[in-house]
Write a protein that binds this ligand. Structure first.
Ligand SMILES: Nc1nc2c(ncn2[C@@H]2O[C@H](COP(=O)(O)OP(=O)(O)OP(=O)(O)O)[C@@H](O)[C@H]2O)c(=O)[nH]1
Ligand SMILES: C[S@@+](CC[C@H](N)C(=O)[O-])C[C@H]1O[C@@H](n2cnc3c(N)ncnc32)[C@H](O)[C@@H]1O
Ligand code: SF4
Ligand code: SF4
Length: 552
């Protein structure tokens, strides 16, 4: 009998949950999740991808974008339909099951129906959702539903036409309401309504919004007002979760919380007997970062691992450089590994410069770095690897300052004009260029053969304590030939890229100590560099590097 009892059940039956946790062997699926590039260092597996389709919008909501608007990215730098689908496909293969289309206003993108239809063809993708202001739904929703749109969130901050105009700086209230009605008629279940509540603007409408849930299958979600550059956030304008609940309880004594759904941004509540429900998105007063499962891709193709984080890597540039799928996944994995545990906290966030929300979901702004008034010296160091590994070090002094919306950026290649508008942190860009460098070795070093590489790993990490950037590459190929030239090229190109991106700040940067650390295979046999004290340096692979932005 005992033989047939599954291990976890047996352990559970002796009521020893601690041991159960530590001794139950991981299932295949758990192992897959643990080793997935989409699982971060805190064990959060990311299955939800938000893709921003556009930077454009037909509204100008006060809390979302500055009154003067935002400058738009050149069309050639936005993701094309094919690129969006390619990126989506890669993420789904790695475990993403839900994609939300957002923006800007996603419905202003002409190929929206096509995108939804093609996303639905990706095997493994379970849900295609969209967040919209609803203005054009009466025109588009039937086709979108036919194409397969599963879930719809509609933003509406007021039930008053004049106030709508004040909040959104545009007309459209009636059209938004008509869009909500149509969504209900078409059977979206529930239709989620996003309402950003702000003191002195629409907070008096709290109970009116709750009343909407009486007869309609709506999930009205009140969002705590979040700070972004240009939206004049002020703690006093924010209505907190607690305040909202207390106020609703005054009118509905039985207002009660529903069971929480894993990974949900929203805390669900209900007035007994009402058809719909109420939710609270408490990003400011009770963050939900612990169960975060979301990643974002901006309209211009940057991966942003956290809404409030500033590190980005350009998937667009990687794709346009014919990066292989494997390399793309490595880049994504490296970025996910750098994701922080949680956002910086309400008051800190309000001090930080951050993009307007419209540019967070789309991120078109010219700024790149979250390197704020940091001085750091770059001095010699080393890194090492398993197979073919090379080290590189940089020395000098530099001072990098963060600039948002600067017309005269401090760092070259990361501005509107520079580097094909390449955006992303320096280290990630160096990583991409190193990978590309390895692959192009035969084109630049005379008599080097074009070798088919099976693994190209390049890591670039800022060692703040030693004021150094360490670059490391690990290359493998199948066959008899050595690939040290490829690894040396990778490190050299990555180093030059960093130099190039930082030279506007300081020219006093030295690249040193590029050398082979170890090698196996090839005609000349194995090699290990002895005199280098590897333990003096941080040799952790990129997947174990501590996030560097926070320490800058
Ligand atoms: N802190 C945090 N808040 C987020 C994130 N994504 C969305 N939100 C908040 O949730 C609000 C509504 O976002 P939606 O676009 O409707 O997406 P959603 O809440 O993920 O939608 P569901 O899939 O229905 O859960 C946004 O305005 C943000 O306030 C995130 O990654 N982090
Ligand atoms: C940026 S919009 C993009 C999608 C679409 N244009 C819309 O408005 O639904 C996504 C969501 O972000 C919310 N949002 C924008 N700025 C915000 C802020 N400062 N605080 C909280 N939520 C915000 C909007 O209310 C909307 O529900
Ligand atoms: S919240 Fe949505 S509708 Fe309003 S300005 Fe931002 S992107 Fe446009
Ligand atoms: S703030 Fe960042 S970590 Fe927290 S829930 Fe949002 S995206 Fe996730």
């Amino acid at each position: 009998m005992l033989k047939n009892i599954k291990y976890p059940a047996f352990k559970a039956s002796i009521n020893c949950s601690f041991r159960l946790m530590s001794s139950v062997p991981l299932t295949k699926n758990q192992k897959k999740i643990e080793s997935s590039p989409l699982t971060d260092t805190f064990g959060r597996h990311h299955t939800y991808l938000r893709i921003s389709l556009t930077e454009r919008c037909n509204l100008r909501c006060q809390y979302c974008m500055p009154e003067e608007g935002v400058s738009l990215t050149d069309k050639s730098n936005l993701l094309t339909t094919d690129e969006i689908l390619q990126i989506a496909g890669v993420f789904v293969k790695q475990g993403v099951t839900k994609i939300r289309l957002t923006g800007g206003e996603p419905t202003v993108r002409k190929d929206l129906v096509d995108i939804v239809g093609n996303l639905k063809k990706i095997s493994g993708l379970e849900i295609v959702a969209m967040t919209t202001n609803g203005l054009t739904l009466t025109r588009q929703l039937v086709a979108l539903q036919k194409a397969g749109l599963d879930i719809l969130n509609i933003s509406l901050d007021t039930l008053n036409a004049q106030k709508y105009e004040k909040i959104t700086r545009r007309n459209g209230w009636k059209r938004a309401l008509a869009g909500i009605d149509l969504a209900l008629q078409l059977g979206y279940d529930p239709v989620k309504i996003n309402c950003v509540l702000m003191k002195g603007l629409n907070d008096e409408e709290l109970l009116d919004f709750v009343e909407l849930t009486r007869d309609k299958n709506l999930d009205v979600r009140f969002i705590e007002y979040m700070p972004f550059s240009g939206n004049k956030w002020n703690k006093d304008k924010m209505v907190s979760y607690k305040e909202m609940v207390n106020k609703i309880k005054e009118a509905h004594r039985d207002f009660y919380p529903l069971k929480s759904i894993p990974n949900d941004t929203s805390k669900a509540w209900k007035v007994p007997g009402y058809k719909g429900q109420v939710g609270f998105i408490t990003s400011m007063t009770e963050h939900f970062c612990g169960s975060c499962n979301r990643l974002r891709v901006t309209a211009d193709g940057n991966l942003k691992v956290c809404l409030f984080g500033n590190t980005e890597i350009s998937l667009r540039d990687a794709i346009r450089s014919n990066c292989s799928e494997e390399d793309l996944i490595s880049l994504v994995g490296a970025a996910v590994q750098r994701k922080k545990k949680q956002h910086a906290g309400m008051l800190n966030l309000s001090q930080l410069e951050n993009r307007p929300m419209i540019l967070i979901d789309v991120l078109s702004s010219p700024d790149i770095f979250n390197v704020k008034d940091q001085s750091f010296k770059l001095t010699p160091s080393i890194s090492a690897g398993l197979n073919f590994s090379y080290l590189f070090s940089v020395s000098g002094n530099t001072h990098i300052t963060k600039r948002y919306y600067s017309t005269k950026p401090i760092l070259s290649h990361v501005d509107v004009q520079g580097f094909g508008r390449c955006k992303g942190d320096v280290l990630s860009i160096a990583q991409i260029s190193g990978i590309l460098g390895a692959k192009k070795t035969s084109e630049i070093i005379p008599l080097c053969h074009n070798i088919s590489l099976t693994k190209v790993n390049v890591t670039a990490a800022l060692d703040v304590d030693n004021e150094t950037v360490n670059i490391f590459s690990e290359i493998q190929c199948e066959g008899r030939t050595g690939v040290e030239m490829e690894a040396l090229t990778a490190v050299s190109v990555a180093a030059l890229t960093i130099y190039d991106m930082c030279k506007a700040v300081s020219k006093d940067i030295t690249i040193t100590d590029i050398c082979l650390l170890s090698k196996s295979g090839g005609k000349s046999g194995d090699y290990e560099k002895e005199e280098i004290k590897l333990r003096d340096y941080d040799l952790r692979p990129i997947t174990r590097l501590t996030p560097y932005v926070g320490s800058m």
